[in-house]
Design a protein around this ligand. Structure first.
Ligand SMILES: Cc1ncc(COP(=O)(O)O)c(C=O)c1O
Length: 454
């Protein structure tokens, strides 16, 4: 009998709890600091931006957090998500490795982002919030929150990084189809946006600036809160449904990963897949190698400093300890817009400092090349962000070939690229430049890191 290609769980097998890695870490996460007092912040400091239920999830050290039934009910539209064995890719690469991928592109918005957008909208609606503001890069998060807002009766305003807004007009149409308003950032709608535009009228935007705009608006109104698509502990918590399902599916396949691979922008899809496996290892189970893949043009994990920094460019957020390129750093306008963030999730950064994960960086052409190889073997066209994970997985498979090892590789295919075909066209036309960041700008951004007493 041939080995299966897809491993599918029943709706009844969908996890009922998210997994919190904070319960299993050998050292606790460094505290979040108030930039004025440099003292750890309390729940009240975050209350203007988030409902208390999400603030509680941000700080909890409980191992399991229950997924509310109304959230699970929406998740049933596409979850559990399939796990695939990449038989054809293995053959094309001629590798003895077994390659598995968890496919998150089956969600209505096309990526893993609804895994957190749905619970965030649910908890905000439950707290009586009427309106959400957010940032988006490529538009995957924006369209996910737009859909979630519609399902739970919330108005959603999205500040989309200008370069992605111009590159991907159909993502905006999708956000509008779900009933949200999408504004190019920097915009004239906020004080901070106007300040940036006054200095640089053609500014390409960055996630740090878009976050500042969304936070500025949310902080002004009692009925409005802010939602973040990555980085924060509660977002990573929500994404662990990916890894929890994948563990069940690996059991079905009678296999277990030796290597796990994910792409990292703010760290949420990567942590979503990896944290349940890392936790299993910390509790005495098998310890796979964990590989985070980031863009060479925005390499926070491989080139950033592990230091306290702001999460946004206008410095409206608290200080978190993370791998950062500096909050004023503007990455070049490459096509994986969802990976253009100056910082890395504090939890992913901390886990790296504990020596529990490795990080590598690839250029966008290296990643598109891998994405095309994958599409031609497996049929699915990955999002440019997900191409980084594909590249990482292919590198591991080729290493196995060189070393004659039949290892098991599991990677997260975080989204499809159906709205990103313009960047594929550019790749085929040879017009995709491997822009590197400006070393001087990086040095300047890093020299401006806030000084925090030891
Ligand atoms: C398909 C896809 N993968 C990955 C990312 C990166 O985000 P994160 O690191 O939070 O998973 C994004 C962000 O927009 C995305 O759209």
């Amino acid at each position: 009998m041939s080995t299966p290609t897809k491993y599918l769980l029943q709706e009844s097998q969908m996890p009922k709890f998210w997994y919190n890695i904070q319960a299993d870490l050998p050292q606790p996460l460094p505290p979040v600091l108030h930039p004025g007092t440099m003292q750890p912040i309390g729940p009240d400091d975050l209350a203007p931006l988030f409902p208390m239920s999400l603030i509680e999830q941000e700080v909890t050290t409980e191992r399991e957090v229950e997924i509310p039934e109304p959230v699970r009910e929406v998740f049933r539209l596409w979850r559990p998500a399939p796990l695939y064995r990449a038989h054809r890719l293995e053959k094309v690469l001629g590798t003895p490795a077994k390659i598995f991928y968890k496919y998150e592109g089956v969600s209505p918005a096309g990526s893993h982002k609804p895994n957190s957008a749905i619970p965030q909208a649910f908890y905000n609606a439950q707290a009586g919030v009427k309106r959400l503001t957010t940032e988006t890069g490529a538009g995957q998060w924006g369209s996910s929150l737009a859909m979630a807002g519609q399902l739970f009766g919330l108005d959603v305003t999205i500040y989309q990084v200008r370069v992605s807004y111009d590159q991907k007009p159909y993502r905006r149409a999708l956000m509008e189809t779900y009933g949200a308003r999408c504004v190019a950032s920097p915009s004239n709608e906020t004080e901070y946006g106007r300040r940036v535009l006054a200095e640089h009228p053609n500014h390409p935007g960055s996630l740090g600036i878009a976050i500042s705009e969304a936070v500025e608006i949310a902080a002004q109104r009692d009925d409005t809160k802010y939602a973040l698509g990555s980085v924060l502990n509660h977002v990573l918590l929500h994404q662990t449904i990916i890894g929890l399902e994948a563990m069940e599916q690996m059991h079905m396949a009678d296999a277990w990963p030796d290597v796990l691979v994910g792409c990292t922008g703010g760290g949420s899809n990567f942590a979503g897949l990896a944290f349940p496996f890392i936790g299993h290892g910390l509790r005495g189970g098998a310890k796979p190698r964990i590989v985070a893949v980031e863009p060479a043009a925005c390499p926070s994990l491989t080139r950033g400093k592990y230091a306290y920094d702001f999460g946004d460019t206008a410095h409206l957020t608290p200080l978190t300890k993370m791998h950062t390129l500096g909050s004023t750093f503007t990455p070049p306008g490459f096509h994986a817009g969802g990976l253009r963030y100056h910082g890395m999730a504090p939890l992913v950064s901390h886990v790296k400092e504990l020596g529990l994960l490795e990080a590598v960086a690839y250029t966008q052409n290296q990643c598109f090349e891998a994405g095309v190889t994958f599409a031609r073997a497996e049929g699915i066209v990955p999002a440019p962000e997900a191409n980084h994970a594909v590249r990482g997985a292919i590198e591991e498979a080729l290493r196995c070939k060189r070393e004659g090892k039949a290892e098991t590789i599991l990677f997260n295919l975080s989204g499809h690229g159906h709205f990103d075909m313009g960047s594929y066209q550019k790749y085929f036309a040879g017009e995709l430049a491997d822009q590197s960041y400006d070393e001087k700008e990086l040095a300047q951004a890093l020299s401006g890191l806030p000084s925090v007493p030891a």
